[in-house]
Design a binder for this molecule. Structure first.
Ligand SMILES: [Zn+2]
Length: 403
């Protein structure tokens, strides 16, 4: 073979390889923690505005019950409701394993995360912080991940790393990327959802989102890449802390309490006092108490073994909170923010945007369930949905060849 022919052959092989890799679908999911559905309308956020203009915006994304960070993120990544994945709160007590405390070890969860779904089907994945991403789930972990979790890592570092992953050689390059961002959760809790601090946080998050968009522009990635930007829950104005532990102590009942805004679990020191504890809690204004093994079925909340003896719920402006900080804030008449309430409440709605492959520009849709995110991702990737998913792929987002 002459060198000229082999050169032409090489060029042909390279062209085929390039066109094949350009055609391989890729999905990036970013979660901005605690960003309420109406937040993009309240501030000028050019990154989100660009997604809305050039892609899809849902009126709201409905969280799970309860609308709190860990349960919601595991549901978003698995399509499974809480009683199926078992991460019932950010912290809880398991009768065998003891305390789960903001752990990122997926052996605590029963539902398959979407990066495991992808890896099982030959799709490389990468995760820069997500609940349950920092270990193997049934022996499978993301190809690339970052550990340990560190809330102080700036989003600029996440954007750099994500773009770096996209520049890896094809064999190592992930086709599924997930990343948790701080959103406006902390500021919303501290100062309330309408505070200037929330605006500041959103401006910062949006600036990093724009850097990600520009990085994708620079790589001409939109032909094969779909970017999803979601949040896990909204935020309500809260001003009346309810201290369940103190209320029980007044009745001489000792308990561990896991308070998460609109919801709390109560593990009694002496479970035989459940009736007295339930009556005591139910006597608090605006508070309802349920036996953990007799929760309303539509909540899909469980397993009961991880919920102590009782589950208490309340509604904003009341919120469950222990300790001095909440008491002082309340005494000073300060507004703070809380979530964990019924996900159907308007202010519990979260954001959902999409842009890129499979997303017609200027698309507006209504409410989307958080369970629908993972099966939407797998349909875009052309693979089977997560094993435990109960969601269904969003109609308005589909690969061009599937239309
Ligand atoms: Zn959250």
């Amino acid at each position: 073979m002459t060198s000229r022919v082999s050169g032409a052959l090489l060029a042909l092989v390279l062209a085929l390889a390039t066109s094949a890799s350009a055609g391989e679908p890729r999905v990036i999911l970013i979660s901005l923690d605690g960003v309420r559905a109406d937040t993009p309308d309240r501030f000028e956020l050019p990154g989100l505005a660009r997604l809305e203009r050039e892609g899809l915006r849902a009126a709201r994304l409905e969280s799970v019950f309860p609308s709190i960070t860990f349960p919601a993120h595991v549901s978003m990544a698995s399509g499974a409701p809480v009683d199926r994945h078992g991460i019932v709160a950010n912290a809880f007590l398991d009768p065998e394993r003891g305390l789960f405390d903001y752990a990122n070890d997926p052996s605590w969860q029963a539902a398959e995360p979407v990066w495991v779904t992808a890896e099982r089907q030959g799709v490389a994945s990468a995760v820069f912080f997500w609940v349950g991403s920092m270990g193997p789930f049934e022996g499978v972990r993301p190809r690339h991940f970052v550990a340990p979790f560190d809330a102080s890592v700036p989003e600029s570092e996440k954007v750099d790393r994500i773009l770096g992953w996209l520049d890896l050689p094809p064999a190592e390059r992930p086709r599924l990327v997930l990343s948790w961002w701080k959103g406006a959760d902390r500021e919303g809790h501290r100062f309330g959802p309408d505070s200037p601090a929330v605006k500041e946080a959103m401006l910062d998050q949006d600036a990093e989102l724009r850097r990600l968009l520009e990085g994708l522009d620079a790589r001409s990635a939109w032909g094969d890449t779909t970017l999803l930007v979601a949040s896990d829950h909204g935020m309500a104005e809260a001003s009346e802390p309810v201290d369940l532990r103190a209320a029980l102590e007044e009745r001489g009942i000792g308990a561990k309490v896991g308070p998460f805004g609109g919801i709390a679990w109560i593990a009694l020191d002496d479970p035989s006092r459940r009736q007295a504890a339930q009556e005591g809690i139910a006597a608090l204004p605006g508070v309802r108490a349920y036996a953990s093994d007799a929760l309303p079925a539509p909540w899909r909340y469980g397993p009961a073994s991880r919920l102590g003896d009782l589950v208490a719920v309340t509604d904003a402006p009341r919120y469950f909170r222990d300790g001095t900080r909440a008491r002082v804030a309340s005494a000073l008449g300060l507004i703070s923010g809380a979530h964990g309430y019924d996900p159907k409440r308007e202010d519990m709605g979260a954001i959902f945007f999409a842009k890129g492959r499979g997303v017609p520009p200027g698309t507006r849709i209504g409410s989307v369930s958080i369970l629908d995110v993972a099966p939407t991702i797998t349909r875009l990737l052309g693979i089977e949905p997560p094993r435990d998913s109960e969601g269904r792929a969003i109609d308005a987002i589909a690969a061009p060849e599937a239309r």
